[in-house]
Ligand binder design. Sequence first.
Ligand code: NAD
Ligand code: ZN
Length: 237
Amino acid sequence: MAPAPERRVAALTGAGISAESGIATFRGSGGLWENHPVEEVATPGGFARDPLLVWRFYDARRRQAASCSPNAGHRALARLEGALGGRFTLATQNVDGLHLLAGSRRVLELHGSLWRVRCTRCGYAGEERTVPLPTLSPRCACGALLRPDIVWFGEALPTEVFEAAAEAAESCDLFLVVGTSGVVEPAASLARLAARSGAKVWEVNPEATPLTPFCDRSVRSGAGAVLDELVDEILAR
Ligand code: NAD
Ligand code: ZN
């Protein structure tokens, strides 16, 4: 008998996996921040108009994220990576860094990270973990404004990161969609790509989403409650 092909698993996570850690999803909080639509504080145009407002928003998100810990859902995916090694790929839309804190080593951060900044002029990019930031708005050594290393509405995803996620979606035999509303593109397209490429797609979300019709299985539950069991099931296949 021919040996079974090496199984590959990929996962796409969204704000829902961090909800049980206490980090608000955008839509869940009404889509407003201090009466500003989230789009206003998360677009290049918004930053050009009022960088201080945007930095106050991100400083608040950094403070909130710094006070939160990974939950059982994040830890289950770290365990899956530990068991499957390079045959597992984790792509996240989250910017909170909780997957890395939970022990995941390779995380494709499709939308950037709250914990990195980059220069609007000289190309500098680096880690910045001081909470709260000592000065708003922070500046680069070159004198120009720093911006959060976050993909804002209307901006392209980092090409290499997205391509690595797309390759994993195309080559896996099981694709997990966890805690994402499936309305932010192109991230959501990864699940459809996996389905088209022949993978089984499992969704973990208390609610139905536009991705549900592409899923072979929908687990209507919070990620923290069920991911550990699902990981056991995946590893036993
Ligand atoms: P979303 O806010 O649009 O949707 C969250 C989804 O999670 C919903 O479908 C909801 O039903 C589901 N959900 C709620 N609680 C859950 C739980 N306990 N377990 C599993 N699922 C649960 O999130 P999105 O699809 O990631 O898109 C929002 C965008 O906003 C992304 O681009 C992301 O970058 C950004 N964002 C990130 C964070 C973060 O880093 N934690 C937080 C808010 C928004
Ligand atoms: Zn600079």
